[in-house]
Design a binder for this molecule. Structure first.
Ligand SMILES: *Cc1c(COP(=O)(O)O)cnc(C)c1O
Length: 392
């Protein structure tokens, strides 16, 4: 089948819930992907941050291949070697506590919401959760409600109760919103979908103090920022605090679907047998891939590469900004960078695509640039050269 035929078949049989770029991607290696017509692209937005190690990382492939031969699925009414190993790996790299495994970011956040409610309802019916304007937490009913952006909610009413929204990075707003019904504060340390908005350091520290003082659960949605993206294994490490609950997905499985909800010691045993579950959660194959991701990050020193290349990329973008009045601001940490423009970014993304560079635009005016952690200077130079060319 050729590109046109695949697209026709797709449009006929697959629900059109996405605005797709009209190309069929069939192969990937590192930061490169190829379409059905053999065109090669430089991927600076790999699968919405899923492919953090680049496409088809050899360690992920061999781990998955080895385990496929043993067993593909182990039901969660038995013990599972790789789940235990991966949970230990996540805990050793984050904070003392326990992990619940699922398959996606939304599902990890649902788990966090349920955990917070279970904790709070047992404390005099405290079940209200405060989330941030311009956040993004997923597409299930509870997570679109946590996502304080009307465009994701419209048409799906009635929405679950118990969510309250405040402005991001505004401590006063949160202080004013807390009542004796409040049980949790949930936020992304860097808002991804919302336009690469970075939480301030003193803001996060104050949130931590506030949660300690008022017995609130501090939930970090690290679905996009987690697993190396910002130059630390987890973004909370930049702030010198630990959250009570952290959710992960995207890059965790090196391309395979896996999500995790990590709860600190105080919250690790709130969810008891029968209270929460996920049939596929923590499948041996997904766990083997995630273990390979941690191994690759450590053995290949990818955190330090992320810091170095993130610095290099933002320097290059700063230089470019001097020549391009449409570039208003560059924000982010590590290899999670956003360029706020004075104009809508859609056309620039399309032009980059024609030049065989894949990037993304979010929140209308913010170009999102998140190459895999294995990116090289040469690839960054190439990407910046293309951006320079298309922004004229
Ligand atoms: C992508 C994303 C989600 C949703 O993850 P899914 O795997 O699509 O359900 C949740 N939170 C953040 C911050 C995300 O970037």
């Amino acid at each position: 089948m050729n590109t046109k035929e695949v697209i026709a078949q797709h449009d006929k049989y697959v629900m059109c819930t996405y605005t797709r770029i009209p190309t069929v991607i069939v192969k990937g290696k590192g930061l490169k992907v190829w379409d059905l017509d053999g065109n090669e692209y430089l991927d600076f937005f790999p699968g919405w941050a899923v492919t953090g190690l680049g496409h088809c990382h050899p360690k992920v492939i061999s781990a998955v291949r080895n385990h496929l031969k043993k067993i593909i699925h182990v039901s969660n009414n038995y013990y599972n070697v790789l789940q235990a190993k991966l949970a230990q790996k996540i805990i050793e790299n984050s904070f003392e506590g326990k992990v619940f495994f699922c398959n996606s970011g939304a599902e990890a956040n649902e788990g966090a919401i349920k955990l917070a409610r279970a904790y709070g309802n047992a404390r005099g019916g405290r079940n209200e959760i405060i989330t941030m304007e311009n956040s993004f937490h997923g597409r299930t009913l509870a997570t679109i409600t946590a996502t304080a952006q009307p465009k994701y909610q419209k048409g799906f009413e009635p929405l679950p109760l118990g969510f309250k929204y405040v402005a991001f990075n505004d401590l006063k707003a949160i202080e004013n919103a807390i009542t004796d019904k409040t049980i949790a504060i949930m936020l992304e340390p860097i808002q991804g979908e919302g336009g690469i908005n970075v939480a301030g350091e003193s803001y996060i520290k104050s949130l931590r103090e506030l949660c300690d003082k008022k017995d609130l659960v501090l939930i970090f949605d690290e679905v996009q920022t987690g697993v190396g993206r910002t130059g630390k294994m987890f973004c909370f490490e930049h702030y010198g605090i630990t959250p009570d609950v952290m959710t992960l997905a995207k890059a965790l499985g090196g391309g395979l679907p896996i999500g995790a909800m990590v709860a600190g010691k105080k919250f690790a045993d709130i969810l008891k047998p029968g209270m929460h579950a996920s049939t596929f959660g923590g499948s041996p194959i997904a766990c083997s891939a995630a273990l390979a991701v941690f191994e690759a990050i450590q053995k290949e020193k990818l955190l330090s590469n992320t810091v170095k290349m993130g610095g290099y990329l933002s320097e290059k973008l700063d230089e470019l900004k001097k020549k391009k009045p449409i570039m208003k601001e560059i924000r982010g940490k590590g290899l999670m960078l956003g360029i706020e423009l004075t104009i809508p970014g859609k056309e620039i993304v399309e032009k980059c695509f024609k030049e065989r560079l894949l990037i993304n635009c979010t929140h209308d005016k913010v170009l999102r640039i998140m190459p895999g952690m294995i990116v090289t200077k040469k690839q960054i130079d190439k990407a910046v050269e293309i951006l320079d060319k298309v922004m004229t």
